[in-house]
Design a protein around this ligand. Structure first.
Ligand SMILES: Cc1ncc(COP(=O)(O)O)c(C=O)c1O
Length: 423
């Protein structure tokens, strides 16, 4: 197999005993391919962030909820969150017991709250209104509360999840109302949590927000703090999407050392003996996933060279939704020549919308019909956000196991899947 642009995956032996061309032939495209090796490595990066006895990692399942992926995450010692009945169902299918699932949700119906409580989950509510609703159906039980530390972060306004202009969390000014409801419903406050946003590449904002949450915990009356079991600082840990430009990784060693000092110092000061969690999704799952697609048409419209692929936004929506950048690799059959001089090209999908753009005006070796493309870092917020728009079937998912062999972990949808729910 001769590859036009594959230095990154070559360096990792990402595809194991296969070539991406072979995988595209066997399973078809579009195809999500995951590397077990990369996934395990990312889990281990996180679990070793702090040696504090109560430190743990709560994988945020919304990033990738395939039960095989979840099973590997479980084997690596992470716990998981759930924010819907569907996520809870998949967590359970992957073997997580209730005590390893935190229900971190917002704006749930009473039925959803009852469902989570019936599964013996610790439920985090993110408003006074939901605290009251949950208290009415879980009188005398436990609850967690999500606070909004007033500091947000993120790669796009749509993923900033704290600060005065977001819908999330209870503002610390409302702490007194929280106590009133805890008393009224005889609830034990078992945990507090926050999530400031997604994709930070330096530690400062995250640590500042963690400090704010700890300061809030110190405002809890002694008897409340004594019963607190979990302080969860949220996720947002970024990954370098610009791999071919040598973008630096988030300095986890620095973040880990500073987080450890913060939590160990705070626990020593306050006598807190509970758990401290971080709640990353993207950092765990993004880099283990690559989306394979095929070029079906190439044309020039005016000055723009369009490369038409089967990777519409129904397959990967991040570029269209957030203007996100994903690096692209290009694979071509053995013995075929490749002109390596870069040409400006816009890679588009097969959806009937002009916003269906995967990569805009990229300088890449000229692509042609039949090439297989690898869209890097597609393991998080990739398949989970795929849709059936234009009535396209969602892709298959394949795992490259530690021994280099490939295993189908979700079959491609069929036309029967499209019509299953019609009456
Ligand atoms: C409550 C909560 N926790 C964790 C995450 C995971 O964020 P990330 O994938 O950026 O780590 C999210 C993402 O939206 C979230 O809303």
């Amino acid at each position: 197999m001769s590859s036009v642009r594959s230095a990154y995956t070559d360096s990792l032996n990402f595809y194991g005993r296969h070539t991406p061309q072979e995988l595209a032939e066997i399973y078809g495209t579009p195809l999500y391919v995951y590397s077990e090796g990369v996934l395990r490595e990312r889990c281990r990066d996180l679990i070793t962030l702090s040696p504090h006895p109560g430190f743990g990692v709560n994988y945020s399942v919304k990033a990738n909820a395939n039960p095989t992926i979840l099973g590997i995450v479980r084997e690596e010692g992470l716990v998981v969150d759930a924010m819907s009945q569907g996520e809870l169902h998949l967590d359970t299918l992957a073997g997580f017991p209730p005590e390893k699932i935190l229900y971190i949700s917002n704006n749930n119906s009473p039925e959803e709250l009852r469902h989570a409580a019936a599964h013996s989950l610790l439920v985090s509510v993110d408003s006074i209104s939901q605290l009251d609703a949950f208290g009415r159906l879980n009188h005398g039980g436990k609850v967690m509360a999500r606070f909004n530390p007033g500091i947000g972060a993120g790669h796009h306004a749509m993923v900033v999840t704290a600060g005065r202009e977001t819908k999330f969390g209870v503002m610390p000014d409302n702490l007194d109302e929280v106590f009133v409801l805890l008393n009224r419903h005889q609830l034990t406050l078992s945990g507090i949590n926050q999530h400031i946003g997604s994709l930070f590449m330096t530690a400062d904002g995250y640590l500042d927000a963690a400090t704010v949450l700890l300061a809030l915990a110190e405002r809890l009356p002694g008897e409340v703090l004594k019963k607190l079991e979990i302080i969860d600082f949220g996720g947002g840990f970024g990954i370098p999407y610009h791999k071919y430009e040598g973008e630096k990784r988030l300095n986890l060693a620095d973040l880990g050392a500073r987080l450890h000092d913060l939590i160990a110092g705070w626990a020593a000061k306050t006598g807190y003996a509970g758990r401290f969690l971080v709640e990353p999704g993207r950092y765990v799952a993004a880099e283990c996933g690559i989306l394979l697609g095929r070029v079906h048409a190439v044309k020039n419209n005016g000055d723009i060279r369009y490369v038409g692929t089967d990777l519409g936004f129904s397959t990967l929506v991040r570029p269209m939704l957030y203007d996100s950048f994903h690096d692209v690799e290009i694979y071509r059959a053995e013995g075929e020549t490749a002109a390596l001089d870069p040409v400006k090209q816009t890679i588009v999908g097969n959806i009937c919308e002009s916003g269906d753009i995967l990569a805009k005006a990229r300088l890449l070796p000229a692509m042609r019909e039949g090439d297989v493309l690898g869209i890097l870092d597609a393991g998080a917020y990739g398949f989970v956000m795929a849709s059936n728009y234009n009535q396209r079937c969602r892709p298959a998912e394949v795992l490259i196991r530690a021994d280099g062999t490939a295993k189908l972990i979700r079959r491609r949808e069929t036309l029967d899947d499209l019509t299953r729910c019609f009456k």
